[in-house]
Write a protein that binds this ligand. Structure first.
Ligand code: HEM
Length: 437
């Protein structure tokens, strides 16, 4: 065990966990929310309490909002930047400890991953990575999503009691992200393993064992990506934008690995939850599923309603770059704001009866599940296609599918989804169910 790594965990997770738990016990709903890792609690009552206290509330070290208008405003306001871990407001000794013990491994949620850097670097990385998401690239991916989904549906037929997370919901996004990065199918299982172990890093206050496994996973991924890009360079550029970037050294190795790791993490640790949460919501709301069966044109709206009501990414953060006034509050430069996307998506002023799952909700697409502003999800179009295609194909092929156990949440604070969805498929419908959107 590395003492440096353990010390980093203490500074980054153990101390903040104690602090946030104490805050929670003294009545701060953000403290209760942030310190709930591993407990699988329902976050919405806490987010409602935050919204009830005001559109933008001050808590020790961090402001918080669960208000839709204020969240959107902050995400789009150029006076706010991202909040890298070493930029968080914290006591000075903790900062020194953190800086000295940084494990220095390509981390998808630390610079230079684009999601956690400000312009001008952000603009440069985003423009380069966006080459994998042009309308032409998305068209090609759309066809591949339909093909991979059809293969998975066939494979399910040979698995009478599948786990719909492992055998279906996670398999599609990982296959798509591997295609985007030009990685062969043999890597899927390893990528899933690294992603699964790495996703708790988005929470604060994770246990030491979880942290150690996550960092080991990141090291594995970092080494694997570095070797992969070296191989690509040796073999000459191919048709893949990431391979081209590796070949012509557009980005440094560290920049390339961090942004590829971000795509891997952001690409499947979120979409798996869109599909998994969608399965649970539709099985719990058979009237809504029946409407989709009658009118498949409703699928795109249903996907946005799933993203709204059970957002795979529950929160993000921004930091004021200068003194600003928002929602009538003065925030000094350096103030950090927890933007509670899940809470904003349940704001009753924008989404009346927010806890009601309604696939025809006229403004469901106004959700902030993909955030907003310059960091708005780069993979949103792909995620929507994957969600609609996978869910529609599953319910068309297996109309009697049902879960055999109560779904168990993963217990993460930020990434919301289920650990397993053991199911019985029932008889497969063999007649073609029509085109998949
Ligand atoms: C349902 C699925 C998904 C959800 C809910 C989701 C959510 C988000 C959110 C909330 C952000 C903004 C984070 C912030 O501002 O702090 C984001 C950024 C990002 N997402 Fe997604 N995402 C999903 C799928 C995907 C997919 C499939 C990909 C790629 C294949 C992807 C790639 C990215 C990238 C690269 C960014 C960073 C963009 C930037 O900083 O400019 N995401 N995503």
């Amino acid at each position: 065990m590395s003492v440096g790594l353990w010390t980093h965990w203490v500074a980054m997770h153990a101390v903040p966990k104690v602090f946030m738990s104490l805050q929670g016990r003294t009545g701060n709903p953000l403290g209760s929310l942030i310190s709930s890792h591993g407990r699988g609690i329902d976050p919405y009552p806490l987010m409602e309490e935050i919204r009830r206290r005001g559109p933008l509330i001050r808590t020790p070290f961090v402001w918080a909002t669960a208000d839709h208008a204020v969240s959107r405003e902050i995400l789009r306001d150029k006076r706010f930047g991202v909040t890298p871990p070493n930029g968080m407001e914290m006591p000075r000794p903790l900062r020194i400890l953190l800086d000295r013990t940084d494990p220095k491994v390509a981390n998808p949620v630390e610079p230079p991953a684009m999601v956690i850097v400000d312009p001008p670097d952000h603009t440069r990385y985003r423009q380069l990575v966006a080459q994998s998401f042009t309308p032409r690239a998305i068209d090609k991916l759309d066809t591949r999503v339909a093909e991979v989904t059809a293969e998975l549906i066939d494979r399910l037929a040979g698995t009478p009691q599948p786990d719909l997370i492992a055998d279906f919901a996670s398999a599609l996004p990982v296959a798509m992200i591997a295609e985007i990065l030009g990685l062969p199918a043999e890597t899927h299982a390893q990528l899933l393993d690294w992603g699964h172990h790495g996703s708790p890093l988005l929470d604060i206050g994770i246990p030491w064992r979880t942290y150690r496994r996550a960092i080991a996973g990141l090291r594995g991924l970092d080494g694997f990506l570095t070797e992969h890009f070296d191989r690509v360079r040796a073999g000459g550029p191919d048709d893949n934008p990431f391979s081209r970037m590796a070949a012509d050294h557009t980005l440094t190795d560290h920049e390339l690995a961090a942004n590829a790791a971000l795509l891997i993490g952001a690409g499947f640790e979120t979409t798996v939850n869109l599909i998994g949460n969608g399965i649970v919501l539709l099985l719990r709301n058979p009237d809504q599923l029946a409407r989709l069966r009658e009118n498949p044109d409703l699928w795109p709206g249903a996907v946005d309603e799933i993203l709204r009501i059970h957002s795979p990414v529950q929160m993000t953060a921004r930091t004021a770059r200068c003194d600003v006034e928002v929602a009538g509050r003065r925030l000094p430069a350096g103030s950090m704001v927890a933007v509670l996307l899940g809470g904003a998506n349940h704001d009753p002023r924008v989404f009346p009866e927010p806890a009601r799952f309604d696939i025809t909700r006229p403004n469901a697409r106004e959700h902030l599940a993909f955030a907003s502003g310059i960091h708005v999800c780069l993979g949103a179009a792909l995620a929507r296609i994957e969600g609609a295609t996978a869910l529609r194909a599953l319910f068309d092929a297996y109309p009697d599918v049902r879960l055999t156990e109560d779904p168990r949440p993963r217990g993460l604070v930020n990434l919301h989804g289920y650990l397993k969805l053991p199911a019985l498929l029932g008889t497969r419908r063999t007649e073609p169910a029509g085109l998949v959107c």
